[in-house]
Design a protein around this ligand. Structure first.
Ligand code: ADP
Ligand code: MG
Length: 272
């Protein structure tokens, strides 16, 4: 089968970790908002059947007549399902629970691992669509075909790791999946970085976890650490990114720092 190339623009990052509750969706929403705030044009692709990124960006279930499901299974385009959000320059391609069935529905297709990649390639060529500079793919908590679709469509993977005792557990599985996708499906794929999330300074163990993770993964770990912050956990129930809900809170400020670090790494990659 002919495999479409990755677009030069936008840059596509998969936010992935097969563990649930580590901060993937929170990172996709708030990093996306922070990037948009500093002038990037950003699309968040919700690939989780739970649709938390869509809800957290204020797209309620009733206003998702088409979704990423239709893009992966049918012949809807990404531009066709994309919706604006309350944040200027931030858009979302929402998901619905239909995504639960995708694995079975595309299993027999020859291009089953490249469904998202084809859709992104089409989007990059679409002169009518917003000129996205970044795409963040919010992955489900699993290493299934949806996550493989995200990785085979991405330039790099951004991994949120929760600052807890078992943080590193399961990471080798994730890294070997990245490696398999790189060798088999997408030679351009790299690890963009690992972001430590939900850091609680009052918990002595948390500092130890940070040291451990840095010892294992070195400068793949972003300098920015996302603190545990109640404003961040409240924001989704208001259908808003934390940066809109409370820009001054420590969590929002950390995501702004992460965004500038992501952009710095992008510049370094381009110069290399
Ligand atoms: P995932 O997408 O990996 O399953 P989420 O981003 O949905 O994880 O986060 C899991 C839960 O933790 C959510 O209720 C979210 O609001 C909360 N959460 C995430 N990051 C933070 C943070 N920095 N501070 C406080 N709560 C957080
Ligand atoms: Mg999630």
């Amino acid at each position: 089968i002919p495999v479409p190339g990755l677009p030069i623009r936008p840059r596509v990052l998969a936010v992935a970790n097969q563990k649930g509750g580590v901060g993937k969706t929170t990172t996709a929403i708030n990093l996306g908002t922070a990037l948009a705030a500093i002038g990037e044009t950003v699309l968040i692709i919700d690939l989780d059947p739970q649709g938390n990124a869509s809800t957290g960006l204020g797209i309620d279930r009733h206003s998702r007549s088409t979704s990423t499901y239709d893009v992966l299974v049918g012949d809807e385009t990404l531009a066709g399902v994309t919706q604006p959000t309350a944040v200027p320059r931030l858009f979302v391609a929402p998901s619905t629970l239909d995504l639960l069935g995708v694995e079975l529905e595309i299993a027999a297709m020859k291009d089953r691992t490249y469904r998202l990649r084809s859709a992104l390639s089409e989007l990059a060529d679409d002169a009518e669509a917003p000129a996205f500079t970044y795409v963040l793919v919010d992955c489900p908590p699993s290493l299934n075909l949806l996550t493989v679709n995200a990785m085979s469509a991405s330039h790099a993977v951004l991994v949120p790791l929760q600052c807890e005792f078992f943080a590193l557990e399961g990471l080798s599985q994730l890294l070997s999946t990245v490696e398999r996708v790189r060798t088999g499906l997408n030679p351009q794929l790299s690890i963009h970085g690992i972001v430590l999330t939900m850091f609680d300074g009052r918990n002595k163990l948390a500092g130890q976890v940070v040291d451990d993770v840095r010892a294992h993964l070195g400068d793949k770990v972003y300098k920015t650490i996302i603190p545990r912050n109640v404003r961040i956990s409240e924001a989704p129930s208001h259908g808003k990114p934390a940066l809109l809900y409370d820009l001054k809170c420590a969590g929002s400020q950390a995501y702004l720092k992460l965004a500038s670090e992501v952009i710095q790494r992008e510049r370094a990659l381009r110069a290399a």
